[in-house]
Design a protein around this ligand. Structure first.
Ligand SMILES: [Zn+2]
Length: 199
């Protein structure tokens, strides 16, 4: 009976649950029995998806559990396609609260040249649970921050319902993938905050 996801931010959890079709009651930032039950239902649903689509490295699992159920399905199919091609990829980042996004943004500003993030809280699809970043690892398990394998990963695993950050013009973000909503991000944000569906 305690918050398991987004521990510091009840309001964020409620928005996340409600927009994904679970009912935490009124979005008021206050932990209560409805929020608790909705979170349990979300976790049960996530476990069903894992059973149906397969499980992966624990770091991937931890991050997949922060995604919208539709993104969880897409992420698991995505990792399966990469694995089938012998690419050792893990999901190293999933959903971030607005506060976590702001922190990352600030980090990117203080270390010029460090390509971590160009979006503030509420401006990234990571805030709306439909985006993930991959890390690619070699056979010995060492992380490869730069590798032609990021291009290869997109070749083998990019499907119609996914957008790849490597195709962006201004800021090429090769580890980044997100579900395509067909909506401007401002609209996604507005719906997320009201607890309405956007995917
Ligand atoms: Zn990203």
């Amino acid at each position: 009976m305690s918050q398991q996801l987004f521990e510091d931010d009840v309001r964020f959890l409620q928005r996340f649950l409600k927009s994904a079709g679970f009912n935490p009651g009124i979005i008021d930032g206050i932990w209560g029995s409805k929020t608790d039950r909705a979170e349990d239902e979300f976790i049960n649903k996530s476990q069903e998806i894992a059973t149906a689509y397969g499980t992966f490295h624990q770091r991937s699992e931890r991050n997949i559990m922060t995604l919208h159920p539709k993104a969880q399905e897409a992420a698991r199919k995505f990792l399966k396609r990469l694995g089938d091609e012998g690419i050792n990829a893990r999901i190293i980042s999933g959903t971030r609260t607005y506060a976590e996004q702001d922190e990352l943004y600030a980090k990117g500003r203080t270390k010029p040249g460090l390509k971590v993030c160009n979006a503030k809280g509420g401006q990234s699809n990571h805030n709306f649970s439909i985006a993930w970043d991959i890390g690619i690892f070699d056979a010995q398990g060492a992380y490869l921050p730069e590798s032609p394998l990021y291009e290869k990963a997109a070749k083998v695993a990019l499907v119609d319902d996914l957008e790849w950050g490597g195709n962006w013009q201004s800021f090429k973000d090769r580890p980044h993938y997100q579900l395509i909503t067909g909506l401007p991000i401002e609209e996604v944000r507005a719906r997320f905050e009201r607890g309405e569906s956007y995917i």
